[in-house]
Design a protein around this ligand. Structure first.
Ligand code: NAG
Ligand code: NAG
Length: 564
């Protein structure tokens, strides 16, 4: 159930900045299909600009004339194939404006290359267009010590739904239980290119539940939170930076592997079957460094419905990086993670008060079309550096409040990075709840003097004393008793109820320890307050499972330090 682990990781290869400029200027600019290679996006060498740079490319000339997406440019048929530019790019009514989502993201084609490629009609028009894709190349995978394993779904019926998430687990019997492996790359095996959108691969611990056949699953897969590989439409494959590899196999603590598919079937066809998968490249000749994942971001989110723009920020402080970074960390890749209300996101990197760079500047974020930024050479992250995460949401489509959580309609705000060496960082997370720096959890489970083992253990005498004080003197069902304010004032001296800590404790109880006793305690604690505006949306949120056991503490501590 937990969490946050959560991190359904998606990506898109980072491209040149010139390309990004154009991507943002036209509808669906970040996923213009390749005209002659199904399942590839258009960013072949010399053609990074989907609007075409060469004089022979009619769309290029048109764009030079209009400079931006105008109704006129939208209505033109730049490549002369009988479809307007707007029809080819998912804006058939020519209403798209920069920074918004186009009316459709499916059935796209290239506006500057005549389709169908190779047809008589297009032969002359496409004379100077080179039809090349970035084939997967990866130094090292041909080396004799590298083996490959192919993990594919058995042939599985694709549901007649626009979007489906499907999971299947694989055991690791083909590997030696007592050998360490490094995963150094992966390549998609695409069986049905009509539906395949992205694949994520995660390692499972002992709590992961094996699936005997592919099953619909949510964004998160319980017990399987160690992200290993991600492929998304348009990527030829993933090649891990040569100095590093992800530990893989039973010896690395993985009981099995979970593969998650995101299928898109906009026509809701009932006859699609898919048996895609990934080819994984593994070596026992371990590379110099172990690779790992690192996350930063905000875990306190309340996004009211109907808002054009809700901005949430989180600062990974110098204190935190000094605590968790033991040696220079090399970031290899990075990407943003929100859910469907996510609109824009960026993680900024600062050192000594000076901004060094934007790490993940998504002008337009799309959960379904995420971008992965590749840092080559890797970006160094040092103890004392600061990371500032900004998440922007648009909730005009919603009629209820979205809160932090793992469900599809809950929200998140994480920057996720791969780095090496694994050992250079402790914990792998630098998160906040509002301004509370979750790095400040100590070995005993205390945060700013509030011990979580105490606070979430119903048999603990200190907690019983705090709860008793309020429940004995205050009304649970409303009305302020004369003796109540003094009792509340006393309890609010305790570090668990000082400043933002009270809100954090409430939020954790909402998410992980929803019990009658806790509910009564907070009702009593609020009984003398005249609350004019609610702090939160409805409790509880869909998808979050509640437990009243102490396991929740382990979960909270794990979320804030270990898993991420
Ligand atoms: C996987 O390894 C086999 C040899 O063990 C090789 O023949 C095959 O080409 C490899 N597959 C890929 C996709 O590299
Ligand atoms: C909860 O508190 C009681 C009383 O202090 C203690 O005996 C018990 O071990 C605690 N439980 C856990 C899991 O820490």
């Amino acid at each position: 159930m937990t969490n946050v682990g959560v991190l359904i990781l998606l990506l898109l290869v980072a491209t040149t900045s010139a390309y990004r400029f154009y991507q943002d200027e036209i509808p669906n600019g970040d996923h213009v299909p390749h005209p002659c290679k199904p399942n590839y996006l258009w960013w072949g060498v010399g053609h990074e600009n989907p609007l075409g740079g060469g004089p022979k490319n009619p769309f290029g000339r048109d764009f030079a004339r209009y400079h931006s997406w105008t109704t006129e440019l939208c209505r033109l048929d730049s490549d002369g194939d009988g479809m307007t530019n707007g029809e080819e790019l998912g804006d058939p009514d020519c209403v798209w404006r920069k920074g918004t989502f186009p009316s459709t993201s499916t059935g796209l084609s290239h506006p500057g290359v005549c389709d169908p490629w190779g047809s008589e009609l297009c032969r002359e028009a496409n004379r100077d267009v080179t039809c090349e894709t970035g084939e997967f190349t990866c130094d090292g995978i041909d080396s004799p010590d590298v083996m490959n394993i192919t993990l594919r779904f058995p042939p599985t019926r694709v549901p007649p739904e626009e979007t489906s998430y499907m999971c299947f687990t694989f055991n690791l019997d083909m590997l030696d239980d007592n050998t360490d492996y490094h995963l150094i790359g992966s390549k998609p095996f695409i069986d049905n290119a009509n539906v395949m959108h992205h694949i994520t691969l995660t390692g499972c611990d002992a709590t992961g539940v094996p699936l005997s056949e592919p099953a619909l699953c949510n964004m998160a897969s319980p017990g399987c939170q160690r992200t290993l590989q991600v492929w998304t439409l348009g990527m030829p494959g993933e090649c891990v930076y040569p100095d590093a590899g992800f530990r893989f196999g039973k010896k690395a603590g993985m009981s099995m592997i979970n593969m998650q598919f995101h299928w898109t079937n906009p026509q809701k066809r009932t006859d699609y079957v898919d048996s895609s998968g990934l080819v994984l490249f593994l070596t026992t000749k371990l590379r110099k460094n172990n690779a790992a994942y690192f996350s930063t971001g905000q875990t306190e989110l309340v996004i009211p419905p109907g808002q054009q723009r809700v901005v949430k920020k989180s600062t990974c402080t110098a204190d935190c990086t000094r605590k968790i970074i033991k040696a220079p960390v090399n970031l290899m890749t990075g990407w943003n993670h929100m859910h469907y209300l996510g609109y824009q996101q960026n993680v900024e990197h600062f050192r000594n008060g000076e901004k060094l760079r934007d790490l993940t500047p998504d002008e337009v974020y799309s959960y379904d079309n995420p971008k992965v930024y590749t840092y080559n050479p890797p970006v160094q992250l040092l103890a004392g550096d600061v990371l500032e995460t900004t998440c922007v949401y648009r909730s005009t489509s919603r009629s209820t409040t979205a809160m932090f959580g793992e469900g599809t309609f809950d929200e998140m705000c994480f920057g996720i990075f791969t780095y090496y060496p694994e050992e250079a960082m402790q914990g792998g997370a630098c998160l906040t709840w509002k301004d509370i720096d979750l790095c400040k959890f100590d070995q005993t489970g205390s945060l700013y003097g509030c011990n979580f083992y105490m606070m979430f253990n119903a048999s603990n005498p200190i907690r019983q004393q705090l709860f008793g004080k309020v429940l004995d003197n205050c009304n649970v069902y409303g009305g302020c008793r004369a003796e109540c304010p003094a009792a509340i004032a006393e309890v609010k001296q305790h570090p668990c109820f000082t400043g933002q800590m009270e809100g954090y404790i409430r939020d954790i109880m909402r998410n992980f320890q929803d019990s009658v006793e806790n509910t009564k305690f907070f009702a009593a604690l609020d009984s003398c307050e005249c609350r004019t505006k609610p702090d939160y949306g409805p409790y509880p949120t869909a998808g979050a499972s509640k437990q009243s056991t102490l396991a929740s503490i382990a979960v909270i501590l794990a979320i804030t330090s270990v898993f991420l």
